[in-house]
Design a protein around this ligand. Structure first.
Ligand code: AHM
Ligand code: MG
Length: 337
């Protein structure tokens, strides 16, 4: 498609490739884009509009919510609840499924989102993002329940993220490759700036929070240890390391220049009863879908992320994703352990 075409036009053109899609799907992506533009505006203005800092409330994960976490969640709901494109919404910032007002028309999609991922970065003016995953809603159900959301990532109709960085970019897959759009603030539109994104199969760059090293399991320890030995070790090449602590920025870098990202399970998380840190349904699944659509891979170390059957909306999962030969190597190390 022509570089510079608007997101709306792009979606209309692509809609025919999506099984059973009607104008509703275009409408839904448009609603999400509207919310993202509003969030982008607030993230950009920051202290000028008094949105930095924390609230005194916690989300279901027991994490203190930032003001912008709460506002972004409200903006997503506001953009979606009256337009008739979704049947229900689930978010990192809400304990349970959000049901539409009784008088609102029900649409045929379910939306899962992390309205503002990487929010520990807000106050230090580093990139954050919105992540979303779209599933089909069950037919004829006015108020879908948590059970209706619990589908593996392979069932996603579309997924994407919006990165609030030096530029605001929306990255999207509808299962037919990955496209990137850049927000033109003069026109208020996302314009197509890159299509058919491909992640190199090999890389010399990894991303992991190394402060957790002493808690890692043996396969991750071995992998990172070998990377750090560089040209003197078994990998026979030097590696570079990055950690933004913002998954959206991390995945965007990998889509741009390759790499592997890991947030594995570890002894510290396990002792707190957690299976990894990141959430399966609105962090790992949408990112796994995007990465696979760009020719990369996404795994728990034991299993393809997209095939994991969820047990609950806020379920956590170990995540390894990016350049496929590195993900394969990590899978092999897990298998051998
Ligand atoms: P959040 O949803 O509470 O923002 O947490 C998710 C973020 C990811 O963006 C990032 O990869 C990770 O948490 C960073 O974790 P850590 O602070 O442990 O390095
Ligand atoms: Mg998050």
């Amino acid at each position: 498609m022509r570089i510079g075409t608007t997101l709306t036009n792009y979606i209309i053109q692509n809609q025919r490739d999506i099984d059973g899609a009607t104008g509703e799907f275009t409408g839904l992506l448009n609603d999400i884009a509207v919310a993202c533009k509003k969030i982008a505006d607030l993230v950009n203005k920051g202290a000028l509009v008094n949105v930095l800092g924390a609230t005194d409330s916690q989300n279901v994960q027991g994490e203190t919510q930032k003001k912008l976490d709460v506002i972004s969640n409200e903006l997503m709901i506001e953009a979606l609840r009256h337009n008739g494109h979704i049947a229900a919404l689930a978010s990192e910032e809400m304990d349970s499924v959000y049901h539409l007002p009784a008088d609102a028309k029900r649409g045929k999609y379910l939306l899962l989102c992390d309205p503002l991922d990487g929010s520990s970065n807000i106050d230090v003016n580093v990139s954050v993002g919105t992540i979303f995953s779209i599933l089909k809603a069950p037919e004829g159900v006015a108020n879908p329940t948590e059970q209706d959301f619990l589908r593996p990532g392979t069932k996603q109709v579309a997924a994407g993220y919006c990165l609030y960085g030096p530029s605001t970019m929306l990255v999207l897959t509808t299962g037919n490759g990955v496209s990137m759009f850049t927000l033109d603030r003069d026109f208020g539109e996302f314009l197509l700036t890159r299509e058919n994104v491909v992640i190199d199969a090999d890389t010399k760059e990894f991303a992991i929070n190394a402060s957790n090293q002493r808690f890692w399991e043996a396969p991750v320890r071995r992998y990172i240890d070998e990377c750090l030995q560089g040209a003197d070790g078994p990998r026979e090449k030097n590696f570079n390391m990055r950690w933004v602590a913002s998954m959206v920025a991390e995945v965007h870098r990998i889509l741009t220049r390759g790499g592997v990202f890991m947030y594995p399970n570890d002894a510290r998380l396990k002792s707190n009863g957690k299976n990894g840190k990141l959430r399966l349904m609105y962090e790992a699944n949408p990112m796994a879908f995007i990465v696979e659509q760009a020719g990369g891979a996404a795994s728990t170390g034991q299993q393809r992320i997209l095939e994991v059957q969820p047990d609950e909306i806020h379920q956590r999962i170990p995540v390894i994703l990016g350049s496929r030969n590195e993900v394969k190597r990590l899978d092999d190390y897990h298998l051998g352990a």
